[in-house]
Design a binder for this molecule. Structure first.
Ligand code: SAM
Length: 238
C-alpha cells in the first residue's frame, strides 16, 4: 500500500527537496510513498490571492487565514480520508520516535506548513489539526520541519531500509542513545578500535555496547535514562 503524504505550503517548490534522494527518493520511485505538495495560495478567493492578514488585537507580523487554509485542507483531505492532520508548530508536542513509528503504521499524513506569525487558531480547532514541534527553536517556516518529519517516517516504512534491524536498535527505539560505532582502518591517527569489538565474543560485545549506550545516555540525556529505568523496572501492562 502506498503511504500518502500531502503537504500544504506556500512554497511547494521546496518539495520533495532532500526527500527526493536516497532511501525516501527510492521509496517514491517504487511507489511505496507518494508526496503531493499543494499550494495554499490556490485556495485564496480575492483578486490579490491573499492568504494572510494582520493579527486581531494588533502586534507584529501576519497570520495565515482560517478560511483559505480550511479550503486547502478540505481539498487535500476530504471527509472519509482518515490520515492524521498535522500542523508543524513550535508550540506543538515534541516529535518523538514513538509518534514517528505510529505515523509510519498508518495510511499517510496531511502536513500543514505554517508561515508568518502562525495560523488562525480557529482552523486548528475546526479541522482538528495536531500541532507537532521538531524542537525548542523557531524556524521561519514549517517546510524544513515537514521534511524532517517525513524523512523520519518514510525510513520506517516496510521495505525502505535495507537492513530492518537498523530500525529497531537505534537511538530512542530502546530508550537509550545508541552505542558508538567503529570500522576500518584498525588505527586512525593513533586511535584504535576497542579490543572487545574485534574479540569475536558476542556476549561481551553486547555487554560493552549496552554499557556504552547507558553511560552516553546518562551523560547527554539523563531525562531519557530516567524513563528507560522506570520502563525496565515496570514492564508493560503493570
Ligand atoms: N510566532 C510563532 C511562535 O512564536 O510560536 C513562530 C512562527 S514561525 C516564524 C513560522 C512557522 O514555522 C510556524 O507556523 C511553523 O509552521 C514553523 N515552525 C517554526 N518553528 C518550528 C518548530 N520548532 N517545529 C515545527 N514547526 C516550526
Amino acid at each position: 500500500m502506498t503511504f500518502r503524504a500531502s503537504v500544504l505550503t506556500l512554497y511547494p517548490e521546496m518539495f520533495p527537496g532532500p526527500l527526493g534522494r536516497s532511501l525516501s527518493g527510492r521509496a517514491m520511485e517504487r511507489g511505496d510513498v507518494s508526496l503531493d505538495a499543494i499550494q495554499i495560495r490556490d485556495f485564496a478567493t480575492d483578486r490579490h490571492r491573499s492568504v494572510d492578514d494582520t493579527p486581531a488585537g494588533g502586534g507584529a507580523g501576519m497570520v495565515l487565514r482560517a478560511d483559505v487554509l480550511a479550503s486547502a485542507i478540505d481539498h487535500a483531505c476530504p471527509p472519509g480520508d482518515e490520515r492524521p492532520r498535522l500542523l508543524m508548530s513550535p508550540r506543538g508536542k515534541p516529535l518523538t520516535q514513538a509518534r514517528v513509528r505510529a505515523l509510519a503504521e498508518g495510511p499517510g499524513v496531511l502536513v500543514v506548513c505554517g508561515r508568518f506569525e502562525g495560523v488562525d487558531e480557529r482552523v486548528i480547532e475546526a479541522r482538528s489539526l495536531e500541532e507537532v514541534s521538531i524542537g525548542d527553536y523557531v524556524l521561519s517556516g514549517g517546510e524544513p520541519a515537514a521534511i524532517v518529519l517525513l524523512d523520519a517516517v518514510v525510513r520506517l516504512l516496510p521495505g525502505v531500509m535495507g537492513n530492518a534491524r537498523s530500525g529497531t536498535f537505534e537511538s530512542f527505539e530502546t530508550g537509550l542513545l545508541e552505542h558508538p560505532h567503529y570500522t576500518r582502518p584498525a588505527s586512525f591517527e593513533g586511535r584504535g578500535i576497542p579490543p572487545v569489538l574485534t574479540s569475536g565474543n558476542h556476549a561481551a560485545i553486547e555487554a560493552w555496547r549496552n554499557e556504552r549506550a547507558t553511560s552516553l545516555t546518562r551523560e547527554r540525556r539523563p531525562d531519557l535514562l530516567a524513563s528507560h529505568e522506570t520502563a525496565v523496572k515496570m514492564p508493560p501492562g503493570r
